[in-house]
Design a protein around this ligand. Structure first.
Ligand code: SAM
Length: 342
């Protein structure tokens, strides 16, 4: 089996709900060169102080600790991971130390062109590229930047060098619901997956409102009027939160990710670490474990770090319980996505 297809198996740490934890999303920076309105809907931008952001050797120590506890898949995210200097070399360091780790990245791809070959050579297995529209002027309106053509060129470059690509589209009624045919065509014509993610009310400055919510079921129903879809059946293993479909005559596939309408908390295998070194066991829970002091204090050894990560893993909550409790509020978590890493 191709290493990219699923995370290599390891002895997995099980949490109190019996879920094996094998996947770490590591935010390497909270800085981003885009200003997506669904992510951080404000003109008042403030970033973490530089000395709060973990250094690469600290991140490597964290990845090693997670690996010791059975994590075999890591995703570098942000902010925008490619705005951080030296990210390709960091990726190479992770791959060299942990050759059995499946390494992926989530990026807006505006800075990707010219880097794909090096990223692949350094051990990158797959890319998730965020792209919410196929219209250049709408792209500028959503992201605040005129960089659409760079993203499209980067997608082709990544495919050309043989990197597996998934396109993540935040599904927004009134914004990109009229672009369903275009996105289906993209997945039909190119060897990539297009996955619609339900728009989530994350963080204080979210632009979320009920009328902008476009559910996964609606997306599938509307898609089925345009193409013939066949569900992808998975046999065993961890296959991520997306429901995937092949399309008649299509090279790529369509997927939906439904954190709000059809949660996948029962099989969630992931942990998140923010760029200031806070371990967040659940996207929807604001409970975080501060790892930076442990990494920076010479008195604290690796055993202490492992102890805290193990404790956090063990007590990973069921996100949908939090969602239910919080549904009266507009926002389901106090941190914005660019600070958590998506
Ligand atoms: N800068 C990178 C990128 O654009 O992919 C990585 C960070 S971004 C925060 C990670 C993912 O979170 C992106 O796919 C983005 O579309 C998604 N995201 C951000 N805010 C969201 C929201 N309110 N609802 C759903 N997805 C969101």
């Amino acid at each position: 089996m191709n290493r990219c297809d699923s995370a290599p198996q390891a002895i997995q740490f099980k949490d109190n709900h019996g879920r094996g934890i094998s996947y770490l999303r590591l935010s390497v920076t909270d800085r981003c060169n885009l200003r997506c309105r669904y992510c951080w809907n404000t003109s008042n931008y403030s970033f973490m102080p530089h000395d709060h952001v973990l250094r690469y050797e600290e991140m490597l120590a964290l990845v090693t600790a997670a690996h010791d506890l059975g994590v075999r898949k890591i995703r570098l995210t942000g902010g925008e991971p490619l705005v951080r200097k030296g990210i390709a070399d960091f990726l190479g360091m992770v791959a060299e130390r942990h050759p059995d780790m499946s390494i992926r990245m989530t990026t807006n791809a505006t800075l990707l062109a010219g880097q794909t070959r090096k990223l692949k050579a350094n051990g990158l297995h797959a890319l998730n590229i965020s792209l919410d529209t196929l219209d250049a002027s709408k792209f500028s309106a959503i992201t605040g930047r005129d960089m659409f053509s760079r993203v499209m060129a980067s997608i082709d470059e990544a495919l050309d060098v043989g990197i597996k690509v998934k396109i993540n589209v935040v599904a927004m009624r009134g914004v990109n619901d009229n672009e369903l045919p275009g996105f289906l065509k993209l997945a039909q014509n190119k060897d990539l997956d297009v996955r619609f993610i339900e728009y989530m009310p994350m963080g204080e400055a979210t632009g979320w409102n009920q009328s902008a919510y476009w559910s996964a079921d609606d997306i599938l129903a509307e898609s089925q009027t345009l193409v013939s879809l066949t569900p992808v059946e998975y046999v065993g293993g961890s296959h991520g939160p997306a429901r995937m479909f092949t399309m008649q005559g299509g090279r790529g596939r369509l997927g939906v990710i439904s954190p709000l309408s059809n949660h996948f908390c029962g099989s969630c295998n992931r942990l998140r670490i923010t760029s200031d070194g806070k371990l967040r066991p659940c996207l929807f829970s604001d409970r975080e474990f501060r790892l930076r002091p442990l990494l920076r204090s010479p008195k604290m050894g690796k055993q202490q770090l492992l102890k805290v990560i193990r404790l956090a893993m063990q007590n990973k909550p069921l996100g949908y319980e939090i969602l239910c409790r919080q549904r009266e509020k507009v926002s389901v978590a106090s941190r914005r996505m660019s600070a958590i890493g998506g």
